[in-house]
Design a protein around this ligand. Structure first.
Ligand code: PMP
Length: 360
């Protein structure tokens, strides 16, 4: 039997699943992971906490992850409390719950592409119509055009991604504010990369008291170097959290996940310690790529979008042949490299020099 032979939903026919290649190569700079492994102290603490909670695994977890949410609120600051925070298995699940609660048949979600590819996938997965508002040539968002798109489509949900994936572009507060003032429904500000922003790029969290229909999503996958734990979260008005309780699966966040996330939060000084190094490495990568005569988008994230290549696939393949996996994503002619350790970035530079020399 083939996929086409199944009684699949009509709106899922012909679609492709999310698919960043998981290829086993020495240098993996393709999914914006954090390159720093947990320290021995953290591994030992995690093992001990998991051992302790293993004795209660005959019971369901805390359905509302009350302690974890309080810990996340304390991390975010801004006077937030646990009632304003919600957590799930990665910010992808948080986004899916938002779409389940506020999207659905007959409603639309507007995003500004190029942006995170899962936003349209989660949108259509919940039978919500996806509307693509466009970014400018330099990947910024024109507030006037954004407001016009909102007025034209009246979306139930607007996605803003800041810093944006795959371009690295952060949005000025004035643009976020203009969208919040125009949007008739919910506005999701996806801040998966917030901790990597350059000096002077404030979080949309500062706008929460003013705009109760705004949701700021975050993740422990990037700055916290905990991608394997699968914990994403949001900050919003407590009523928004109540709405999400209507669609979440009972006991969605396992006991082990909650314990691992709380342990990681206790070790946040160590985990977030890598962020400053990654920001420096990012800025050096941008400068180096520009010095090679390449076009590079300014980045507030832990990755850099660069180009422009007539045959980007060949450049991507040339790097892979040299043991460096980056990502063929975003507009045609551009490639994205995640920021790794100093050694990994040296390997990336050497490989790219080789590819460029070969193709010159
Ligand atoms: N939002 C953005 C913009 C992302 O780039 C990613 C991960 N690539 C996510 C959300 C989802 O991350 P996670 O599910 O690991 O929290």
């Amino acid at each position: 039997m083939r996929l086409e032979d199944l009684p699949l939903r009509d709106d899922l026919r012909g679609r492709t699943p999310y698919g960043a290649p998981q290829i086993d190569v020495p240098i993996r700079l393709n999914t914006n992971e954090n390159p720093y492994e947990p320290s021995k102290a953290l591994v030992d603490d995690l093992a001990e906490e998991v051992r302790r909670s293993a004795a209660t695994l005959n019971r369901y977890p805390d359905r509302d992850a009350v302690e974890l949410r309080a810990d996340l609120a304390a991390y975010l600051g801004h006077g937030l409390t646990g009632e304003q925070v919600w957590a799930a298995n990665g910010s992808n699940e948080v986004l899916q719950q938002i779409l389940q609660a506020f999207g659905g048949h007959g409603r639309s979600a507007l995003g500004f592409e190029p942006s995170y590819s899962m936003h349209p996938i989660i949108t259509s997965g919940t039978s919500t119509e996806w509307v693509d508002g466009m970014r400018e040539e330099d990947f910024t968002l024109d507030p006037g055009k954004a407001v016009a798109a909102i007025e034209e489509h009246r979306p139930g949900i607007v996605f803003l991604t800041s810093p944006n994936n795959p371009t690295g572009t952060a949005l000025p507060m004035a643009t976020i504010r203009a969208v919040l003032e125009a949007a008739p429904g919910m506005v999701v500000v996806d801040e998966a990369y917030a901790e990597f922003a350059r000096e002077g790029t404030p979080s949309a969290l500062t706008l929460l008291p003013e705009f109760p229909r705004m949701i700021v999503t975050r993740t422990m996958s990037k700055a916290f170097a905990m991608a394997g734990t699968r914990v994403g979260y949001l900050a919003a008005h407590p009523a928004v959290v109540q709405a999400l309780l209507l669609v979440r699966l009972p006991y969605h966040l396992s006991t082990l996940t909650q314990v691992a996330a709380r342990t990681a939060l206790r070790h946040r000084a160590e985990l977030l310690g890598g962020v400053a190094a990654l920001r420096r490495e990012r800025d050096a990568t941008v400068a180096w790529l520009r010095a090679q005569g390449l076009t590079v988008a300014d980045s507030d994230a832990n990755f850099v979008l660069f180009g422009r290549f007539e045959h980007r696939k060949a450049v991507w393949q040339g790097l892979l042949d040299r043991g460096v996996l980056i990502r063929e994503v975003g507009p045609p002619q551009w490639l994205r490299v995640s920021i790794g350790t100093g050694e990994e970035m040296a390997a990336f530079r050497a490989a790219l020099e080789g590819v460029l020399r070969e193709r010159a």
